[in-house]
Design a protein around this ligand. Structure first.
Ligand code: G3I
Length: 336
């Protein structure tokens, strides 16, 4: 069974992957492209090209050229798309971050809402969902709002404003698109997960649309929460009336891998996917953050770590080898 076929048989909407298109050029790698186009993947998330710096490089000047390249590569393969992301502290254009710009609460709120409105209305139902706000909470102290231009200027209301603008755009265009909050270190119960749960409650209390919470799941082999912990956390969100999705799964380890660390990685992949299966319909699907170590974000960000994805190759434009982690995912989906 290919992964997405097995995921659908298990009642999920998809097994998907991030793709950095046009970005890294992986779409021009015939081996990467063949695997991407296979029935292992029923969903694609743009790893970068819908982010603020690409889509609104100058004030109120929207550029969807790269995003359209991504969508034209994906559409026609029947894949759904998790659009990513509207408001984040990273990948911002200098017209937002330049400290000489004297933003006020009112002017930055207007810029935030204009960005959200434009993207939600432009892409419409070509997006299954939008990650409306990404990574608003800090790890230290866990669950506090992270300091960034949005929070520092607007306060916690920036999150509410983003979801409110998205809600209004959905209503104005009568869209089916689902609105998600997406973050990491919210895959297990703890202060950061509780902060995300409180956000869901607050938005719902205000009558603002929130349909789901994205559990990024950038894990480290041997430090991944176990299946029961992930299920309990998923259930806590589901109990609030939202879906969850595993949105950016990968499991990195110290290079080079050995038999012990690879076996641990397989178990960690298994536990995450199995939690999504076991918790039921409330966990709608699993997306890996690319499937090929060749194009993984990990080595560039964590020197000495890698081997995080389901496939490896000897370099760009070289055949892919399926890793044991792939079988761990498949086993979790099929229950075999
Ligand atoms: O493509 C250029 C390359 O031509 C250039 O030589 C190189 C030099 O820096 O940069 C390359 O672009 C990089 C791009 O990734 C493609 O690999 C950018 O510098 C780099 O900033 C960018 O990083 C992305 C990161 O988000 C920041 O936006 C990663 O690809 C992407 O995987 C990562 O994704 C995030 C999610 O959006 C949110 N959750 C965490 C996740 C991992 O950090």
């Amino acid at each position: 069974h290919p992964l997405d076929v097995a995921a659908k048989a298990a009642g999920k909407l998809w097994f998907g992957t991030a793709a950095d298109i046009p970005g890294t050029g992986e779409a021009q790698d015939p081996y990467w492209a063949a695997e991407f186009n296979s029935t292992d993947f029923g969903e694609a998330t743009p790893a970068n090209i819908m982010k603020f710096v690409f889509t609104e490089p100058e004030p109120n000047v929207f550029n969807y050229t790269g995003a359209e390249q991504f969508l034209s590569f994906v559409e026609g393969t029947g894949k759904l798309v998790r659009c990513h992301n509207l408001i984040w502290q990273s990948e911002l254009p200098t017209w937002i971050t330049n400290p000489t710009v004297n933003w006020t609460n009112a002017t930055l709120t207007a810029a935030l809402r204009n960005h959200v409105t434009n993207l939600v209305e432009y892409f419409g139902d070509r997006c299954y969902s939008w990650d409306v706000v990404n990574e608003a909470f800090s790890d230290n102290p866990a669950g506090a709002y992270a300091s960034n231009v949005w929070f520092d200027t607007i306060g916690p209301a920036y999150v509410v404003e983003a979801f409110d603008a998205a809600t209004q755009a959905v209503k104005a265009k009568n869209l089916a698109v689902k609105l998600y909050y997406n973050d990491y270190n919210i895959e297990y119960l703890g202060n950061k997960s509780y902060a995300a749960q409180n956000l869901v409650t607050e938005l719902k209390g205000r009558g603002i649309q929130i349909d789901g919470v994205g559990l990024e799941s950038h894990f480290i082999a041997g430090e991944t929460p176990d299946k029961a912990s992930q299920m309990a956390n998923m259930q806590a969100f589901i109990n609030l009336g939202v879906d969850v999705a595993i949105t950016e799964l990968d499991v990195r380890l110290n290079l080079p891998p050995n038999a012990t660390t690879e076996a641990q990685q397989v178990l960690d992949y298994y536990n995450s996917v199995a939690a999504c299966v076991a918790v039921g319909d409330g966990c709608i699907g699993v997306t890996v953050w690319d499937f090929d170590d060749e194009y993984s974000w990990v080595p560039g960000t964590f020197p000495g770590q890698g081997y995080a994805d389901l496939f490896l190759s000897n370099g760009p434009n070289e055949p892919l080898t399926r890793k044991a982690a792939y079988d761990g995912c498949l086993q979790a989906l099929t229950g075999a």
